[in-house]
Design a protein around this ligand. Structure first.
Ligand SMILES: NC(=O)c1ccc[n+]([C@@H]2O[C@H](COP(=O)([O-])OP(=O)(O)OC[C@H]3O[C@@H](n4cnc5c(N)ncnc54)[C@H](OP(=O)(O)O)[C@@H]3O)[C@@H](O)[C@H]2O)c1
Length: 304
């Protein structure tokens, strides 16, 4: 199978590319930077979508970019790097002489309102309530295919929690303080912490690309898959598990006001609050997690 991955050069994209190539598939990356095995966004606009059986969207300015201050210009970049690039890819899919069999848009669980009690599945109704949930709404809206294209192309929206893995994502910034013995719960630590190991996220995307399922009837919209580990954990459980895996103390809680001052209140929500998300549909489709719990995931990430 030939697969086009927008943002395939990133943390999640590298894992997916490696998995797909191992399975014998061909991958072309859409990037802002030209290079071997890549096309640029400009190439896509002018030359159209290269022939492919699958298209995946993983592009976006990093939400936790430590080099960027939380201000209007950063928020604009977070938005346009996701919504505008999704629109560009949907335009290319829609005008392709033979559209791909699968179209996978990866968004996030920020659409679900943070709560320590509510349990969210893919069927949960939601309406935007803050900046990030509005972003998910506009992003998923931009990814929606018209009915005639959706009749030929299966649309899947994948909503991951924090993606954990070696060499990137959330762990890259969390590991240094924990190694130094300065790790601690964020606020009360009671907030849910939805997470997934990067190998499982790649596995769920590969399953979605390879599944011989018929296109969803357009009226039903895309197939939605929550990409979180089935274990429901709090920030405290994650903090303690990471401390154990590293054999480091985790005695110093980080106060909420410090996180809000550092990250900006709208972004600190991701860490200071959280959602209990269940991957119901993902499990119903038969996906078998490699890392269903924190001990297994953190053992792989920080083990030798
Ligand atoms: N990592 C997580 O914990 C997590 C959790 C939930 C959802 N997600 C979503 O999953 C997707 C992939 O995450 P990731 O961690 O792999 O992301 P990443 O490594 O930060 O970035 C992915 C790619 O996006 C492209 N990109 C960055 N800034 C851009 C901009 N301003 N305009 C256009 N393209 C830009 C880059 O590709 P080029 O430099 O090659 O152009 C980059 O390699 C993202 O959409 C993210 O929102 C991630």
């Amino acid at each position: 199978m030939r697969v086009i991955i927008a943002g395939g050069s990133g943390f999640v994209g590298r894992e997916l590319t490696q998995l797909l190539r191992k399975k014998g598939h061909e991958v072309t990356i859409i990037s802002r930077h030209p290079g071997p095995g890549r096309i640029t966004w400009n190439d896509l606009d002018t030359g159209g979508l290269p022939p492919c059986e699958g298209a995946v969207h993983l592009a976006g300015e990093n939400l936790m970019n430590p080099l960027r201050w939380w201000n209007e210009s950063y928020k604009k970049d977070l938005y346009s790097s996701r919504v505008d690039t999704t629109r560009a890819l949907v335009r290319a899919i829609s005008s392709a002489p033979t559209p791909p069999r699968s179209w996978i848009l990866v968004t996030g669980v920020a659409c679900y309102r943070p709560s320590q009690t509510a349990l969210y599945t893919e069927e949960s109704e939601w309406t935007p309530f803050d900046l990030l949930s509005q972003l998910v709404k506009d992003w998923e809206g931009a990814g929606r295919l018209s009915d005639d294209v959706a009749a030929k192309t299966r649309q899947v929206v994948i909503r991951p929690g924090a993606v954990l893995g070696r060499g990137g994502g959330a762990m890259k910034q969390m590991l240094p303080p924990f190694w130094l013995g300065l790790g601690g719960t964020l606020g009360s630590g009671q907030q849910p912490f939805p997470w997934i190991h990067v190998s499982d996220l790649a596995g769920i995307m590969a399953l979605s690309l390879e599944a011989p399922l018929p296109p969803c009837p357009a009226a039903d919209g895309p197939e939605v898959l929550n990409a979180v580990a089935p274990a429901l954990n709090t920030n405290r459980e994650f903090t303690k598990a990471l401390g154990r895996a590293l054999r480091r103390p985790t005695l110093l809680p980080v106060p909420g006001f410090a996180m809000r001052a550092l990250l900006g209140a709208e972004r600190a929500v991701v860490l200071m609050e959280g959602q209990r998300v269940v991957p119901k549909r993902t499990l119903d489709l038969g996906y078998k997690y490699q890392y269903p719990d924190l001990q297994a995931a953190l053992g792989e990430i920080v083990g030798s």
